[in-house]
Design a protein around this ligand. Sequence first.
Ligand code: 13P
Length: 253
Amino acid sequence: MIKTLIAANWKMNTNFSEAQQLTRDLLSSINDDALVETVICPPFVYLQEISKLLEGQSIKIGAQNVYFEEKGAYTGEISSSMLSDCCEYVIIGHSERRQFFGDTNEIVNKKLRSAIGHSLTPILCVGENLEERENGDAEHVVGAQLEESLNNIEKTVNLVVAYEPVWAIGTGKAATSDIAEDIMRFIRSKLADIYDNTFADNITLLYGGSVTADNVKDYLSQPNINGALVGGASLDAQKFQDIIDKAGEVAPL
Ligand code: 13P
């Protein structure tokens, strides 16, 4: 059984007091017995403070990115060892990093190694853009992202994979649950090729892209989707709580 995981990617949003308020609002509404694991990923500068608010609570915290070098003259960057002080998770290879900051599969591979080496759980993001989907290349692109990103990385329990089709992110045009399920099935079989069936059967796979309380159950009712990575709707405590509640209604016991 794979526990349902709902992760919030706040992206470059909130000021400090909004970040604290959003966290407090979530803490006051979250159900501790939930069948759903909840992770929030605030901007770097708030991680330490938000992690203090979450001490002893069921909500986990993650970062949105990491740099692969251990330390040194890398102005503006944050290492895995720095994150490991306050985070359990880290998003790696988000399409916005790939699009705006030049993260290639090779860089993603280095970031994964660094994160896993520091016992962080990476949420590895993969997904095709609109042109790639329209050309029928979605599986090819996602397959290459997985192969190259995981190249020579030993299998680890510390890995989550998120499928986020670029055309569904922040657009309101969510992939249908059938489209998402098709790719998730493909991702699981690719992971079985790269590692083995046991690994593939037990890994948590998330869907991301315009997830709301209205559509989350459609995704989670699919056999190969174990959770969601939520952007816009995670910035409103009530909307995010509604997503968690709906997820709980279909979560495996
Ligand atoms: P939206 O939920 O805003 O589409 O963002 C998805 C996403 O990019 C999460 O990482």
